[in-house]
Design a protein around this ligand. Structure first.
Ligand code: PMT
Length: 392
């Protein structure tokens, strides 16, 4: 494969030569494109020696082979990875600015796979403008390799560290989509459910859908056809192999999931489903009941996972999640057996940076034979890869 490595001006650029070396070792051709600021951190000689190709850094250099070098690079490359990607290049990409070799090439490359490995100080990463740009770029299909949490060059600690070159390679699913899931249909549930109380209120939970969407994207990148059944969320899917069904309540999720499972080879249920719903939904806004308070009668919702466990046929896999606050392992193991699962993915609410709403997660994947493995705190995209690698 022909891979273009873009380098921008961040201290993490010291790791980029290792990425280039790993790509070459894996049999890929590499060409490098650097910004002026990148060359403050890493020399042209290093990039040219390791890639085995001339560096492209100056739009107007007389030595360029073509007057439109960005277009010839675009035609040559199968994928482009920018590592590190600064807030500046992210902002330029999101705004359609092309004022140097890399930003101009990125504009021309939009229809091909682009991977960005952002690296910056935590506060810069969390800056609303940067997050808005990231969300926009994700929305148009750019792969964002979520920065890791840890010690940063500025001496602080937090999210913003560029993933290690090995991890960047792993997340560039175009390079090695194993396991190969082409020909498989996989059901994923995601997000919360809303159980209506009246025309304006509901019982819900804090699930954002991020874990389920990360699973759906990763499965699709591995070649699977994904049936994604999701509760209310503002997230969007990007891969054309993801077929999305939006539902609101547990009963609607039950209907969609039980309809799709018989045609699927596996199901991964990451949704946070309400166990109970009001026994009655008022068709108007309920009025205040005064000081005496108000009582809601709740009835139990169907258990989707347990039902799929009874439907499971030979050759089908069923993977559930468990969100626990105490006795985590024992409770998860009980759910695995009771619901006839092959694997259960345990989330403990005691783990900082894991679970509801955040971009990171830390899970323990427990197999039916009792084997288990615990991930470090990783981006949800990487946790999805871990789940796929262990369970499928
Ligand atoms: O969406 P995010 O913000 O990214 O957060 C991700 C997450 C924390 C929601 C996710 O990682 C997670 O832990 N999902 C499971 C949440 C949950 O409801 O766990 P549980 O232990 O209550 O349920 C066990 C399993 O049964 C789950 O697979 C659940 O989808 C399923 N279930 C539960 C109740 C029900 N009526 N039907 C079900 O299928």
């Amino acid at each position: 494969m022909n891979i273009i490595v873009g380098i921008t001006g961040g201290i993490a650029a010291y790791k980029t030569p290792i990425l280039i070396r790993l790509l070459r070792k894996a049999g890929h051709e590499v060409k490098c494109v650097a910004t002026d600021h990148a060359l403050e951190f890493v020399t042209p000689l290093t990039l040219e020696t390791l890639s085995g190709n001339k560096l492209y850094a100056d739009l107007f250099a007389p030595a360029n082979e073509n007057s439109t070098e960005h277009i010839s690079f675009k035609d040559w490359g199968d994928a482009l990875v920018v590592a590190p990607a600064t807030a500046n290049i992210i902002g330029k990409m999101a705004s359609g600015i092309g004022d140097d070799a890399l930003s101009t090439l990125l504009m021309a490359f939009m229809r091909k796979p682009i991977y960005l490995a952002p690296a910056m100080n935590t506060q810069m990463w969390e800056c609303p403008a940067v997050q808005r740009n990231i969300e926009y770029l994700q929305g148009i299909g750019i792969h964002i390799l979520q920065p890791e949490c840890g010690e940063l060059a500025c001496g602080t600690s937090g999210a913003g560290r560029m993933p290690e070159p090995e991890q960047i390679m792993e997340q560039m699913t175009i390079l090695s989509p194993t396991p190969d899931l082409r020909g498989q249909r996989i059901l994923v549930t995601a997000g919360p459910t809303y159980e209506r109380i009246d025309s304006v209120r509901f019982i819900g939970n804090y699930s954002s859908g991020k874990m389920g969407f990360a699973l759906a994207e990763a499965l699709a990148a591995h070649g699977a056809e994904v049936e994604l059944v999701t509760g209310p969320t503002s997230l969007r899917c990007h891969h054309p192999n993801i077929h999305r069904t939006d539902i609101e309540s547990a009963r609607e999720m039950f209907a969609a999931a039980t309809q799709h499972y018989p045609t699927c080879q596996a199901a991964i249920l990451s949704a946070a489903v309400a166990d109970y719903r009001p026994d009655h939904t008022a068709d108007h806004k309920l009025k205040k009941q005064g000081d005496s308070g108000m009582t809601l009668n709740l009835v139990q919702n169907p258990d989707i996972l347990a039902t799929l466990g009874t439907m499971k046929q030979d050759g089908q896999k069923l993977i559930g999640f468990a969100l626990e606050t105490d006795n985590e392992l024992a409770n998860a193991q009980k759910k695995l057996e009771k619901k006839n699962l092959d694997y259960i993915v345990l989330n403990s609410l005691r783990d900082q940076g894991a679970g509801f709403g955040v971009d990171t997660n830390r899970v323990t994947i427990i197999a039916r034979n009792g084997n288990s493995t615990t991930t470090p705190l990783l981006s949800k995209a990487r946790v999805a890869e871990e789940i796929i690698n262990h369970c499928l």
